[in-house]
Write a protein that binds this ligand. Structure first.
Ligand SMILES: [Zn+2]
Length: 119
C-alpha cells in the first residue's frame, strides 16, 4: 500500500486486488460486493450449513427458487448440461477403447500361445 500526504489515498482491495482511491483510512474493500464476498469467504462453513438447514426446512421454496432460476438462465443451464454430457461421452469412448485394447492384447496372446502349441 502507498500512503499519500493528501486526504485521499490509494488502497488495494483485499478481495479483487483492484487499486482504488479512497478517503477512509480503514477501508479494506473497493465495493459493497467485495465486502459481501469477503464475509462469505470468512464465514463460508456457517453460511453453507445455514443454507442446508433452510433447504431442509423449506424444500418447496427451494424448488420454486430453482424453477425461477431456470426460467432466467435457461441458456446457461443448457450449456453446462452439454458440457457434462460431452464429458460423459468422452468417458464412454475411453472405456470402450480400453476394452478394445484388452481384447486385442488377449487375442494376440492367445495367437502366440496357439503358435507355440502348434510348433
Ligand atoms: Zn474489490
Amino acid at each position: 500500500m502507498i500512503y499519500e500526504p493528501k486526504k485521499s489515498r490509494r488502497m488495494k482491495c483485499v478481495v479483487c486486488r483492484k487499486t482504488v482511491w479512497t478517503k477512509r483510512k480503514d477501508r479494506l474493500y473497493c465495493s459493497a460486493k467485495c465486502c459481501l464476498r469477503a464475509k462469505y469467504i470468512k464465514h463460508k462453513d456457517k453460511i453453507l450449513a445455514r443454507n442446508k438447514k433452510w433447504i431442509k426446512n423449506h424444500p418447496e421454496k427451494n424448488a420454486e427458487y430453482h424453477r425461477n432460476w431456470l426460467k432466467k438462465n435457461r441458456k446457461k443451464w443448457n450449456k453446462s448440461q452439454a458440457k457434462y454430457q460431452r464429458k460423459k461421452y468422452h468417458k464412454d469412448i475411453e472405456k470402450s477403447r480400453a476394452k478394445g485394447r484388452e481384447m486385442y492384447y488377449k487375442l494376440k496372446e492367445s495367437e502366440k500361445n496357439g503358435n507355440k502349441k502348434n510348433k
